[in-house]
Design a protein around this ligand. Sequence first.
Ligand SMILES: Cc1cc2nc3c(=O)[nH]c(=O)nc-3n(C[C@H](O)[C@H](O)[C@H](O)COP(=O)(O)OP(=O)(O)OC[C@H]3O[C@@H](n4cnc5c(N)ncnc54)[C@H](O)[C@@H]3O)c2cc1C
Length: 529
Amino acid sequence: MSEIRSDYLVIGSGIAGLSFALKVAEFGTVNIITKAHLDDTNTALAQGGVAAVISADDDIESHVRDTHIAGAGLCHEDAVDVMVSEAPRRIRELLDYGVPFDLNMDGGYDLAREGGHSRYRILHVADETGRSIQEVLIRKVRENPNITIYEEHMAVELITDHHVLNNLQSAFNICFGAYVLDERNEDVRIFRADYIMLASGGASRVYLHTTNPNVATGDGIAMAYRAGVRIANMEFVQFHPTALYNPGNPPFLISEACRGFGAYLRNGSGERFMEKYDNRLELAPRDIVARAIDAECKSRGDACAYLDMTHLPGKKVLSHFPNITAQCREQLRIDISKELIPVVPAAHYVCGGIMTNLNGQTSMHNLFAAGETAHTGVHGANRLASNSLLEALVFAHRAAKRVIEKKRNIFNNVYIPDWDDTDVTNQQEWRLVRNNRSELQTIMWDYVGIVRSTVHLNRALRRMSTLYDEIEDYYRRTRINKDMLELRNLSAVAYLIVRSALRRSESRGLHYMSDYPEKDDKFLKDTII
Ligand SMILES: Cc1cc2nc3c(=O)[nH]c(=O)nc-3n(C[C@H](O)[C@H](O)[C@H](O)COP(=O)(O)OP(=O)(O)OC[C@H]3O[C@@H](n4cnc5c(N)ncnc54)[C@H](O)[C@@H]3O)c2cc1C
C-alpha cells in the first residue's frame, strides 16, 4: 500500500482546516484531505457573519460578557478571553487574504447586530459571509506550493499506537496519521504526518432535520472517541427554529430576520400559537421559538409549522429577502408574499466535541482539533451567534503556532501496517445502511431533540445500542465505503449525545429536560466522555 507523507496532515477543508494549513505551510509540507469537494463545508453556508470587537463603541468586556450569558455558566473563562481578545487580529488577517467584508456609507465596516450581542459587531459579506471566506481560503491554499489537496478522500480511522504496536495497553498515546479512503477507487491508504489537525466540522446530520450539508456527520468526533480521546459536552446541540421543510432536498435556513420583519408563525390549522409559549411571541429567543414549534408540531402530529408573511407589503418582502424568495420558488414553487412557508426547527450546531486546550491540543499527542469538531470551552451550554467562525479562526491559529514551535515527532519512522481488508466481503446490504441511517436520525429527532426526558433518552439508548452493534458488526464484515463509514460515525455521535444528555439531569442552555425543567448547579461542569 502506498504511504503518503507530509509534515502536517489536515482533515477537513472548512475555515478551521484551511486557515491552519496556510499557517503551517510556511514551515513544512501539508496534505489536506477532504471527503467531498473543497467547498462542501458548513463554512460555505454561514450567512450571518463573524463576531469581533471592531467598532469604537464596542469593547472586549462586553463581547466576553455576551458570550458568557449565552453559555449559561459553562463557558471557560480563559478560552472566551482568548477568543474575544484575539478576534480583531484574525479579522485583519482575513482582510489581508482578501475577504471583502461589507463597508457602510462612511467607509467603516458595516457591522450587524445579532441575537444575544449587546453591540453591533458582526462583520459580514452580504448574507453569504461563509461562502466568501471559503472562496478566499481555497484560492490561497491552491496557490501554495507546500500544500497538496486530496478531494474525495475520507479519513476512516486515526492511526494510533494501538495500530502501530498492536498493543492496547500502550502508554504512548500518540497519533501518527490516518487511514484514508480514496473514494474514487475505494482504496484505503496511509496518510502519515508529524502533526494531525482534525478540522472535520459538525455532526448535525445525526438529526432528521438539519441546516448542515451532507458532510456534517461528526466523523472527527467519532474517530477521536474510538481512539480514546476525550470528548466533552455533546448534549448541547443548537437547533435553528426555522429551516425550510422540504424533506429529501438540500437544507435551507429561513433567516430570523423574517420574524424580525413581522412574519407570524402558524400551526397546521393556520392558527398563531406563539402566545401560548412566550409573551415576546415570534421574537422570543431562538431556543424558545424552536421549542414552541417542536411542542406545537408534536402535540398536533403536524410534520411542520408555517411562517406567514402574507400580511406584509408584498414588494418589500420580496426585495428584503431575495435569497429566501428564490429558494422557496425554486424548491417548492411558493411565492412567499402570497403563500405560507413550511418550516421546522433543525439541528444547526454542535457545541460539544473533541476536548482541546487553548492551543488546540487534544488529549492525544500530536493530535490537534479546531472548529466545530472541537470543544474549546467558548460556547458553554449555548453558542452565541457568529462566534463559531471566530472560534475556528482563533484556535486554528493558536494550534498552528503551537505545532510550529514543537519538535518533530521522533516516532515518525515507526512501521504502520497496511489497512487490513482480508476476510471482508463486498457490500450487499445497501438497504441496511440506508434504513439504519434514517432510523437513527428519526430516533434522535423524536427522543433526543429539542425537548428531552429521562424516559425518552433511555428509550433512545436502548434502540441505539442495538443499531450500534449491528453497524459495528456490518463494518467488520464488509469492504468499507463512504456511506457505511458515515453511518458508523453517526451512530457513535448519537451514542455520545444520548450518554451525555443522560448525565445532565437539569435544563441548561440548549439542553432542555421536561422532567428537570430548572438549572441545577450540581451540574455546573462539563460532561466528559
Ligand atoms: C446554514 C448555516 C449557517 C451558519 N451561519 C453562521 C454564521 O453566520 N456565523 C458563524 O459564526 N457560524 C455560522 N454557522 C456555523 C459555522 O458555519 C460552522 O460552525 C463553521 O463553519 C465550522 O467550520 P469548520 O472548519 O470547523 O467545519 P466545516 O466548515 O464544516 O468543514 C469541515 C470539513 O471537514 C470535512 N470532513 C468531514 N469529515 C471528514 C472525513 N472523515 N475525512 C475528510 N474530510 C472530512 C468536510 O468535508 C469539510 O470539508 C452556520 C452554519 C450553518 C450550517
